[in-house]
Design a protein around this ligand. Structure first.
Ligand code: IPD
Ligand code: CA
Ligand code: CA
Ligand code: CA
Length: 259
């Protein structure tokens, strides 16, 4: 029998809760940390173990599905044909290491490039943001309403402060200056989930990878939000790039400041 999307979603959520328990246990022990491209780009054995956990579970339960994750447990993917799982085992590794909170597991399932399942689990707060395409988005058991439309002057905007220096600073600073306030949480997946729950009104980044936003994009679509590149073009689930996530009117207003 072929599994339905609902069954796959329920199974994935069970794995994520199990993975969350493993992460909580790992936090009680010493965590081995290494640098990837530099001192601001870290990975731990826990990131790698959790990605391997998902790869093993998915390969065993769904051998025809493909896997795309941050830590390179599986081969790099060059096509979105078929069913593809896009996994960030710990989004917010710096928070995981320094604060021991404020990180999430992000899992998405795409079919032929279309987002079918989006799951973001804030492990330490036990907040599970989840969506099945066309069936609404939830925070734990609560169905999320469509997000409120708001103007930038009344909006709280999520942005990593690091983007407010450097070559694109002028336009982004203008957005932040016009907004009611800005926040930096250190987990792109959680910041997208916060846009879906009206805790933030927008989230912007100049450089993210598909595993950072694949699940968030599915959840945001279910609450009437847009998630695109900063110039309004569609996100790629294979290539890195910028992100602007917000309700549709605010998305337009922010883009006017950026062009
Ligand atoms: C990072 C977080 C962070 C964002 C970075 C991402 P990671 O993901 O989402 O908030 O600013 O660009 O790389 O490496 O912790 O999974
Ligand atoms: Ca990383
Ligand atoms: Ca990430
Ligand atoms: Ca990660």
């Amino acid at each position: 029998m072929t599994a339905t999307w609902g069954n796959i979603e329920r199974q994935a959520r069970l794995w994520m809760v199990e993975a969350g328990d493993r992460i909580k246990t790992a936090l009680t022990e010493e965590v081995v940390i290494s640098e990837k491209s530099g001192p601001d780009d870290l990975v731990t054995e826990v990131d790698q173990d959790i990605e391997a956990f998902f790869y093993e579970k998915i390969s065993e339960a769904y051998p025809t599905h493909h896997f795309f994750g941050e830590e390179g447990v599986a081969q790099v993917l060059s096509s979105l044909e078929g069913t593809v799982w896009i996994v960030d085992p710990i989004d917010g590794t710096t928070n995981f290491i320094h604060q021991k909170r404020g990180f999430a597991i992000s899992v998405a399932v795409y079919q032929g490039g279309e987002g079918m399942i989006g799951l973001i689990y804030d492990v330490m707060n036990e907040e599970f943001f989840h969506a099945l395409k066309g069936e609404g988005a939830y925070l734990n058991d609560r169905l999320l309403p469509k997000v409120e439309q708001t103007s930038l002057s009344k909006a709280v905007v999520g942005i990593n402060a690091g983007w407010l220096v450097g070559e694109h600073a002028a336009a982004l600073t203008e957005v932040v200056r016009t907004s009611r306030g800005s926040r930096s949480y250190g987990s792109a997946a959680l910041e997208m989930a916060y846009v879906a729950t009206n805790r933030l009104n927008a989230y912007m980044s100049l450089n993210l990878s598909p595993w950072d936003y694949a699940a968030g994009a599915v959840i945001l679509a279910e609450v009437g939000c847009k998630a695109t590149r900063l110039d309004g073009t569609p996100l790629s689930m294979l290539e890195k790039g910028s992100l602007l996530a917000s309700s549709s009117n605010l998305h337009e207003e922010i883009r006017r400041h950026l062009t």
